[in-house]
Design a protein around this ligand. Structure first.
Ligand SMILES: C[S@@+](CC[C@H](N)C(=O)[O-])C[C@H]1O[C@@H](n2cnc3c(N)ncnc32)[C@H](O)[C@@H]1O
Length: 255
């Protein structure tokens, strides 16, 4: 089955998950290798500097979406929205449990390194824990109600048709994991996001986990330029991790 055909496939999300599960090497998708954490819809709106009008009538991809509640809430507002992530090869109940464990570990870590964050978005670690829990609950509830919105995918390959989405959002993956994902992976992933996106891609943040601007940013901007995509660095109202308050907007240039 070609990737384009898979995107158009009208079978249920559950069937898709099972089919794809058989095609992916299990070592890449093992649950213990996945950290299932996500931000809330409200955080996404701020980190991507979006308002409701910007979502209206657009087909949107969140990739990788993890346990984020953007898809659930944008879907409730009538948007045509799709979430893709390597975690979605797993069942909802397993993901819900893994998500709770991962929030616990992440909060221990944040508690020990509180000066790496600015405490304006959240009052304290408990407030942050509540918000991450809310995102996870809303995400898993929506996965059960709308499995077709949650598509298992292993970057740098996506099971979608060319130009399937008007807008693609990508948070806390590219640039964030600059130490683990090399330059070639960044380029291949961006090439794939270009393939499936018709108008615009927004990526946040532009720093790695230590708060330094990613070494992959400039090569990706040059690559975008060579492919006919304009790049803009834009400050956003969301600022939690120190130095992480800028996004990259890539717009396909009209020929
Ligand atoms: C830190 S989370 C970010 C989730 C969400 N975008 C957010 O900002 O809250 C990173 C996500 O990348 C997913 N991931 C890691 N490697 C991947 C790959 N090769 N393909 C697709 N998703 C991947 C993980 O499962 C995880 O959900």
């Amino acid at each position: 089955m070609s990737r384009a055909e898979m995107g158009r496939d009208e079978e249920s999300g559950e069937m898709k998950r099972k089919q794809l599960n058989n095609e992916i090497p299990s070592s890449e998708t093992r649950l213990d290798r996945i950290v299932f954490i996500g931000r809330t819809f409200e955080e996404y709106m701020r980190m991507f500097d979006l308002d409701e009008q910007a979502l209206e009538g657009r087909s949107i991809l969140d990739c990788p979406a993890g346990a984020c509640s953007f898809t659930a809430h944008a879907g409730k507002r009538g948007c045509q929205v799709t979430a893709a992530d390597i975690a979605y090869y797993h069942d909802y109940d397993k993901l819900a449990m893994k998500g709770l464990q991962d929030i616990g570990h992440a909060m221990e870590h944040v508690g020990l390194e509180q000066d790496r964050y600015l405490w304006a978005e959240f009052e304290n670690v408990e407030d942050l824990r509540d918000e991450r829990g809310r995102a996870l609950r809303d995400c898993v509830e929506d996965m059960e109600l709308h499995p077709d919105r949650y598509v298992p995918a292993t970057l740098p390959v996506l099971p979608f048709a060319a130009e399937q989405f008007d807008l693609t959002l990508s948070a806390h993956f590219l640039f964030t994991y600059s130490d683990r994902l090399d330059g070639e992976f960044h380029l291949n992933t961006l090439r794939e996001l270009f393939r499936v996106t018709r108008q615009e891609i927004r990526i946040f943040p532009l720093v790695d986990q230590s708060g330094r601007q990613s070494e992959h940013l400039d090569p990706l901007i040059s690559f975008a330029d060579s492919k006919g995509w304009g790049a803009e660095l834009k400050a956003v109202p969301y600022h939690f991790q120190r130095n992480a308050n800028q996004m990259l907007i890539l717009r396909k240039q009209l020929k």
